[in-house]
Write a protein that binds this ligand. Structure first.
Ligand code: F6R
Length: 610
């Protein structure tokens, strides 16, 4: 909202936000008492192409008969959305923005309106005509129902009837204002010079301003030409601090790499260095300023999703081994619906790159409500989870834009090791000081590991047409096998399973034949000889072994023609070192298949719906 033409700003903003959802996109700009609309199934570039071809923007006045050319669009007020479908298939009709019957009010919305069916029924009885299959459209019709010349008042009345989650923006062609509101879905307000920009992620705001206000649940903001106001949902003003985003604008660009994922894989030495920075002092004490009383702590429960859940599994090994404290790991989505037994002697640790994952947030709130202490390991500063935990450890990994998580994983495991050592200090458990030397060398070892890239590209070529992959590891490297399999399946669409290597005999070995590549994480630890036996078992059944190892022994060479050698490191750090080749392998297989690595189908970067 401001004096500049909103249209190019919105298109660029959508491109930045696209990693959050990309099945359809839409824009609505208000100008001269008209709303101009463009929607398209597919990516933002498709939407943009229409304008470049002078297909023009459709005016809602006169049922799209009047089309504006690009040069005619000058409005300083606009909203836009890139969608990850929840209700209604991805198509042009279901793309946001959604309108009221008179096409005077436009709404974009993240989240899920849980009572939309009931509301829709009432609205239809009152004569409202719905055109889409989305839950969002009820908001536009509700606002229309209450609109009597004041969009802010109508929005408040509509929001009071909505159940579920929302981060939404509303405009009305008769007023020069944008109303935004949040409950459960992030909304950030960027405060610029003579303009204010709202988005669900700071990445869309960063090119315009670094000064932001994070809305809390049940807050709204009104953006006007000459300012903004933050209010509660009763319309009363709320005092908010303006915070400064620390990321540099270049960090959200590809910087010469073909994909964000590749860039982020290669950023890992720096990212891990940033996670470690200032957290180990000269006397090898871990310094974490955590505002939590650990004295009567009996148990840690870690809740997370996806890749962050894999780092949580590694965290269990690390904390139990170093700090001698029991740890349970839960999928956040399961924790929340199980009526978990937690209380004041427990610490709920949530791990989330985005800090916005709905299931993790719900688990956090559940545990808090039951009196547990809460701690977060989070990347995105100012995210909802970061603001709701009692205390937290930021990763400082920089923005992660590729949908497949890479550098966040390495930084999460690093932060978990720091936490494990910190807890060991607090609990008086002896620490082998060698680990600090290893930790300080970690960025260099990651760099060394990344040098394997060319060899892995050859393997990607060899195995890119496989239909299935098996990933096997033991101990701390079992979660690495899970992570390797997840990376491959999410970006290359090849079916892959991760398994504890010894468990394979109890079922999955039936799948093994000469067409099955089996990736072994076989680095030297106390399970090394066992894992060699597991490799023999696969070899005996004709499986093609890819071995990640720091011990290129005669045995390994006999068992595998596809060896990826990684540097030696402490066992605690091996999950980081060993995951890197698996990230590179998945990346190059997907790239060789010409797939859109950064935006795999059906996925979204932050899953802000349950
Ligand atoms: C996989 C991936 C997802 C996320 C998961 C949790 O590569 O990126 O599995 O790890 O959606 O996201 P955060 O960490 O943001 O809570």
């Amino acid at each position: 909202m401001g004096k500049k033409n909103a249209f190019p700003i919105l298109i660029e903003g959508l491109k930045k936000m696209e990693y959050r959802g990309y099945d359809s996109a839409g824009i609505c700009v208000g100008h001269n008492n008209d709303l101009m609309l463009a929607k398209k199934k597919g990516r933002v570039v498709e939407l943009e192409k229409d304008f470049l071809n002078e297909y023009g923007v459709c005016s809602l006045d006169g049922s799209c008969e009047k089309r504006y050319e690009l040069k005619e669009i000058k409005g300083g007020m606009g909203i836009a959305h890139t969608r990850w479908a929840t209700h209604g298939e991805p198509n042009e009709t279901n793309a946001h923005p959604h309108f009221d019957c008179k096409k005077e009010i436009a709404v974009v919305h993240n989240g899920i309106i849980e009572n939309y069916n009931a509301l829709k029924e009432i609205l239809e009885k009152e004569g409202h005509i719905f055109v889409s299959k989305t839950d969002t459209e009820v908001i536009s019709h509700l606002v229309e129902k209450f609109y009597q010349g004041n969009i802010e008042e109508a929005a408040i009345k509509a929001i009071k009837l909505i159940e579920g989650t929302f981060g939404l923006a509303i405009i009305c062609k008769k007023e020069n204002k944008i109303i935004v509101a949040r409950r459960g879905s992030p909304v950030v307000l960027g405060v610029g010079e003579n303009e204010n920009i709202v988005a669900s992620d700071v990445v869309a705001i960063l090119p315009h301003t670094k000064r932001v206000i994070y809305l809390n649940d049940n807050e709204m903001a009104v953006l006007m030409q000459d300012g903004y106001a933050v209010k509660n949902l009763d319309g009363q003003n709320v005092e908010k601090n303006i915070e400064e985003i620390k990321w540099a604008a270049e960090e959200i660009e590809k910087g010469g790499y073909k994909h964000f994922m590749l860039k982020e894989i290669f950023e890992q030495p720096k990212a891990v260095e940033n996670t470690l920075r200032g957290r180990i002092d000269e006397d090898n004490n871990v310094k974490l300023s955590l505002d939590i009383d650990f004295s009567n702590l009996k148990r840690i429960i870690i809740a997370a999703c996806g890749t962050s859940w894999h780092s949580a599994l590694i965290g269990k090994y690390l904390i139990e081994k170093s700090a001698n404290l029991p740890v349970e790991v839960d999928y956040a989505s399961e924790f929340r619906y199980r009526n978990p037994i937690v209380g004041p002697d427990d610490l709920l640790l949530v791990i989330s790159q985005s800090g916005e994952t709905a299931d993790v947030l719900a688990a956090l709130r559940e545990a808090k409500q039951k009196g547990a202490k809460t701690l977060g390991i989070i990347n995105v500063v100012g995210s909802t989870i970061a603001r709701e935990v009692d205390s937290g450890i930021y990763l400082h990994a920089g923005p992660e834009i590729g949908v497949a998580s890479t550098k966040a994983f390495s930084c999460q495991v690093t932060a978990l090791l720091l936490l494990a050592l910190f807890l060991a200090q607090k609990r008086g458990v002896k620490i082998d000081k060698e680990i600090f030397v290893e930790l300080k060398n970690l960025p260099k070892k990651i760099e060394e590991t990344l040098k394997n890239s060319d060899k892995i590209i050859l393997l990607a070529d060899k195995f890119k047409d496989a239909k299935n992959f098996l990933y096997l590891g033991r101990g701390m490297n079992f979660p690495v096998a899970l992570e390797g399999a997840l990376k491959l399946k999410e970006i290359s669409y090849i079916h892959a399973e991760g398994y504890p290597a010894a468990e394979m005999k109890h079922g999955p070995i039936a799948l093994v034949d000469s067409n099955m590549p089996v990736v072994f994480v076989a680095t030297k630890d106390n399970t090394y000889s066992k894992i060699l036996s597991n490799m023999e078992e696969i070899r005996a059944r004709g499986g093609q072994i890819i071995a990640i190892t720091n011990e290129v022994s005669q045995d390994i060479q006999r068992l595998s023609q596809n060896i990826i050698a990684v540097p030696r490191c402490a066992e605690e750090l091996s999950p980081i070192i060993n995951t890197i080749p698996l990230q590179i392998l998945a990346y190059h297989i997907a790239d060789k298949k010409n797939l859109d690595v950064d935006k795999p189908k059906n996925l979204a970067k932050s899953v802000t719906v349950e």
